[in-house]
Design a protein around this ligand. Structure first.
Ligand SMILES: [Zn+2]
Ligand SMILES: [Zn+2]
Length: 429
């Protein structure tokens, strides 16, 4: 009981902290306890420690800690990849040998296949070029997507790389390069997730989530069978068990000799203690599964809405500016739009509006030649009033990720039907 509770509490706390630190800043969690906890752990707690350290050591402790933190978060190094590999290999090394004799041949094949896939996808995600933009491939990156005149406007240069910024690209401050369709820099693969390796990253998440659930469940079933060998009336799920030992209960009918939940747990702990390696790894697998499935679901939600993590943050900022009445849109001139579309021959949609953010909440002058578009400016209050040019629907978005340079065929449609497609799914930020 004690061992089980301690392992569960530690694993749960680690999973929760990881989740809060990685996802707490996402717009979807604004005004929720996740965001408050994120602010507490990332802002309030460090500033409290900082104040205490200034008073005690004159700030020496925190400055060395900050150097370490900045190295961990802003430098390119494989520390987290090694941690992930050690955790994965260590768990397998601890659990598989003690589980092997209880596995059927089919299960053994599954364990070998599912146990190896995360390594393969980790290697591919980490070592495939995520889509580094260079002078030689700039033209290719410019041809992948049209500028949407909302998040990405033509003519902007990256100050560091001194190259034109292709639509959907972003400069990665960790890798110090511009990456095509950059989703985010991922410390678990020590690489950016971009147009070149996004599919490997999704497969890594899927295979890890599957391994954690399958391994955890299989391990738990083996434990259950070991407990059942000793106490045949015990049942893992539903919580059902009967006291069968004689003594005081000998004259009581079986159905009324139900075990309490506590006794049920004690028997489970007996299994855990006798198979401590298998037990703790199974529990770890089952407890981290929701976290990995959650990560995968978040990434699939982005595929569903046709946006990258970078774009979802940008849309999140837009949303708040829209609510403040700072955002305007107007129709884009057909000539400007087709000029942009001509650079992307494979993408079936063209922008039909330009969206701008103003400083003072007043619309820009209608004749401002510096801004693209024609006609009057119209205030935009909500994300529902704008289109996401990069959302073609879930399956097409998935094809775009998995098949490099996929040629979408709706280009054959007359231009009037292609333009201004109403947005079906608004990124909920
Ligand atoms: Zn750059
Ligand atoms: Zn990067």
């Amino acid at each position: 009981m004690g061992v089980l509770a301690k392992i569960a509490a530690i694993v749960l706390a680690i999973s929760l902290m990881t989740f809060i630190i990685f996802f707490g800043r996402l717009p979807v969690f604004r005004r929720t306890p996740i965001a408050w906890l994120y602010t507490f752990f990332v802002v309030n707690l460090p500033s409290g420690v900082l104040a205490l350290d200034r008073a005690l050591t004159g700030g020496r402790f925190t400055s060395s800690l900050m150097r370490f933190g900045s190295f961990m978060m802003n430098d390119k190094h494989p520390t987290v990849v090694i941690f992930f590999l050690v955790l994965l290999a260590g768990s397998e090394w601890m659990a598989i040998p003690s589980a092997w004799e209880f596995l059927s041949n089919f299960q053994r094949v599954c364990v070998v296949v599912f146990g190896s896939l995360p390594y393969i996808f980790l290697y591919l995600a980490a070592y495939t070029d995520p889509g580094t933009v260079s002078l030689t491939n700039l033209k290719h990156h410019l041809s992948l997507y049209p500028y949407d005149y909302a998040l990405f406007h033509p003519g902007h240069r990256c100050y560091t790389c001194n190259l034109l910024k292709p639509p959907r690209s972003k400069h990665c401050p960790v890798c110090k390069r511009c990456v095509g369709r950059l989703d985010h820099h991922c410390i678990f693969i020590n690489n950016c997730v971009g147009v070149g390796n996004h599919h490997w990253f999704l497969l890594l998440l899927l295979s890890t989530a599957f391994l954690a659930s399958y391994g955890g469940w299989t391990g738990l079933c083996i434990l259950r069978d070991r407990v059942l060998e000793r106490w045949p009336t015990w049942s893992l799920f539903p919580w059902r068990a009967y006291e069968v030992s004689g003594g005081a209960l000998a004259d009581t009918p079986l159905a009324t000799r139900k075990m309490t939940f506590n006794t049920w747990l004690v028997l489970l702990s007996w299994g855990m203690k006798n198979f401590i390696h298998l037990g703790s790894v199974s529990l770890l697998g089952l407890l981290i599964s929701p976290l990995v499935w959650g990560l995968l679901a978040y990434n699939l939600w982005n595929v569903w809405t046709g946006q990258t993590t970078n774009e979802s943050l940008k849309w999140g900022d837009y949303k708040y500016d829209m609510e403040e009445g700072m955002v305007y849109k107007r129709r884009i001139a057909a000539a400007e739009s087709s000029q942009v579309a001509a650079t992307s021959s494979r993408w079936p949609l063209e922008p039909d509006h330009v969206i701008v953010r103003t400083e003072d909440g007043n619309p820009p002058p209608p004749n401002d030649k510096a801004l693209p578009g024609v006609g009057e400016w119209e205030r935009v209050w909500t994300l529902r009033d704008v289109e996401n040019l990069y959302d073609l629907g879930f399956w097409s978005n998935l094809k775009d990720i998995f098949i490099p340079n996929y040629q979408f065929n709706t280009k054959d449609l007359p231009a009037s039907e292609r333009r201004g497609r109403p947005r079906k799914r608004v990124p909920r930020t």
